[in-house]
Ligand binder design. Structure first.
Ligand code: ZN
Length: 276
C-alpha cells in the first residue's frame, strides 16, 4: 500500500481533495470534499452534502451545487447508493442526465457501491468516518465507488465491486487501482463486542487488523489496513493501492466525523468519481 498525501485544492471558495497519482488520467474526474466552503450552519457547518442528516434542504442544495459545479456537473447526472452498510453493488448502465427537482440526484435503494463504464455518470458516496474506496480500471476504462465501515468491509463489499467490474466490464484484476479516502483511522476507531463478534465469523477475518487498546475487549480497528489486506487478497497489486493520511475524527476542522460528533447531528462529505 502506498501512502499518498492528498492534494488540497481551493476553488470557488470550496476546499476539496484530489488524488495525486490519478492527476495523469485526464479521462476521469474525481474529488473528495472537506467541510469547508458551504452554507450550512451549526453542527452541519459548512459544506454538508447529505439530505438525510436533518440539515436544511436549501443549504444542502446550494452546497451540492457548489461542489459539483467545480467539475461543471449538477445533481442531474449524480447517482448515489442509499448506503445501508450492506454489500450490494449496482451497475449504472445509462447516463440519464435530468433536470433533478429533488436536488438529491438518483439514489439507488439498498446499495452501497456503484460501478459504471458510461461517461458522464457521476458516482457519489457520502461518509462521516466510513471509508470511500475509488476503483479505477484505466484501460477499459471503468470505475467503481464503494462506501464501507466495519460492517460493509467485513461482509465483503470490496469483493462485490471487483466481481462486478470483472463481470460487467471485463476488467482485469491486475490492472485495477484503488484509492482509499480519508476515514476514521486506527488512532480513534475503538470497537467493542458487536464488531468483534461480527468480525470473528467474517470470511475475511484473517485480513482484519485490530490494534490492542488500554481497555480489555476494546481494541482499535485499522479500517484502511483491513481494506488493503482484503484488496490484496482479491489479487489487486499492493503498489496500486493508495491511501490518504487523514483521520476524519482527528481532523474535524476539515471533515465531518460521526464518532467525533459524539451523538450530535453532523454532516457528510462526499466522494465523486466519473468518466469524462
Ligand atoms: Zn484519529
Amino acid at each position: 500500500m502506498i501512502n499518498s498525501v492528498l492534494k488540497t485544492v481551493c476553488k470557488n471558495g470550496i476546499t476539496y481533495f484530489i488524488f495525486p497519482r490519478w492527476e495523469k488520467y485526464t479521462f476521469i474526474g474525481h474529488g473528495f470534499s472537506s467541510r469547508l466552503g458551504g452554507v450550512s450552519e451549526g453542527s452541519f457547518a459548512s459544506l454538508n452534502l447529505s439530505h438525510r442528516v436533518g440539515d436544511f434542504p436549501g443549504a444542502v442544495n446550494e452546497n451540492l451545487k457548489r461542489f459539483l459545479g467545480i467539475w461543471e456537473q449538477t445533481t442531474g447526472s449524480l447517482v448515489c447508493g442509499e448506503q445501508v452498510h450492506g454489500t450490494s453493488v449496482f451497475s449504472v448502465e445509462e447516463n440519464v442526465t435530468c433536470n433533478d427537482s429533488s436536488g438529491k440526484g438518483r439514489v439507488i435503494p439498498a446499495v452501497d457501491a456503484l460501478v459504471t463504464a458510461v461517461p458522464g455518470v457521476v458516482l457519489g458516496a457520502l461518509s462521516a468516518d466510513c471509508l470511500i474506496s475509488f476503483f479505477l480500471d484505466p484501460l477499459t476504462p471503468a470505475i467503481g465507488l464503494a462506501h464501507a465501515g466495519w460492517r460493509g468491509t467485513c461482509s465483503g463489499i470490496l469483493a462485490g465491486v471487483v466481481d462486478s467490474m470483472r463481470h460487467y466490464f471485463g476488467s482485469k484484476i491486475d490492472q485495477l487501482e484503488v484509492y482509499l479516502s480519508p476515514c476514521i483511522r486506527e488512532c480513534c476507531y475503538e470497537v467493542g463486542e458487536e464488531v468483534l463478534n461480527f468480525c470473528a465469523v467474517s470470511p475475511w477475518r484473517k485480513d482484519i487488523v485490530f490494534i490492542p487498546g488500554i481497555t480489555p475487549g476494546r481494541p482499535f480497528l485499522d479500517l484502511q489496513k483491513t481494506n488493503f489486506n482484503i484488496l490484496q487478497g482479491l489479487g489487486i497489486r499492493a503498489e496500486k493501492i493508495y491511501r490518504s493520511g487523514y483521520c476524519t475524527c482527528c481532523n474535524q476542522h476539515l471533515f465531518y466525523s460521526y464518532r467525533g460528533a459524539k451523538g450530535s447531528p453532523t454532516g457528510r462529505q462526499m466522494g465523486i468519481f466519473f468518466l469524462r
